[in-house]
Design a binder for this molecule. Structure first.
Ligand SMILES: [Fe+2]
Length: 181
């Protein structure tokens, strides 16, 4: 199993080379749940918790999301950022929109990779697993603001997504680890 550190090194290399093969890199790297556990924090008030693993400002960012069973987030974009994610544990459904129109529904199992790199794209995610799901996300470049939408093609509502842990440390007392490490 490759460690997350090895993955981050390869990711930085790919980004430097301006390679578009990030989905291939994520697919080929066998990243274990064990590797991710120390970053997997949850918070009672969050259906989906975002955890920062690695950040190179204006270049790329690696995060871990932990999804409560059945949780569905709002339709959202990622600003100008390209996004790639891999399911580490569980099952996630992605509903993909482009220019306000529904394009596709896809279900991603453990080990599968999804990307959202098309212009005008938005999506909505749902945890289809009976327990928590865990997913690893790459953003190129990182973004700190994006938009949510109450309905496809509706008005953009600016949001500033936050992290409940950074680099394996909780940001406040409400954040707790999902797994023993
Ligand atoms: Fe997203």
């Amino acid at each position: 199993m490759a460690s997350l550190q090895e993955f981050i090194l390869s990711l930085k290399e790919k980004v430097q080379q301006r390679s578009n093969d990030i989905d291939e890199l994520l697919t080929n790297f066998q990243i274990s749940l064990e590797d991710c556990k120390k970053y997997a924090f949850v918070k009672d008030s969050k259906g989906c918790s975002r955890n920062l693993i690695f950040d190179e400002p204006e270049v790329c960012r690696l995060t871990l999301s932990v999804w409560k069973p059945g949780f569905q987030n709002k339709i959202h974009d990622h600003g100008q950022s390209n996004c790639y994610f891999k399911v580490i544990l569980g099952l996630l459904e992605e509903t993909h929109f482009r220019d306000g129109r529904h394009i596709a529904d896809s279900v991603y199992k453990e080990g599968q990779v999804c990307q959202m790199t098309d212009t005008g794209a938005c999506h909505q995610m749902k945890n289809k697993h009976h327990a928590h799901s865990v997913s690893l996300h790459v953003y190129i470049p990182p973004f700190d603001r994006c938009n949510t939408y109450d309905e496809a093609g509706g008005a953009a509502i600016p949001v500033t997504p936050s992290f409940i842990s950074r680099y394996g440390f909780a940001v406040d007392r409400e954040s707790r680890r999902l797994f023993d490490v």
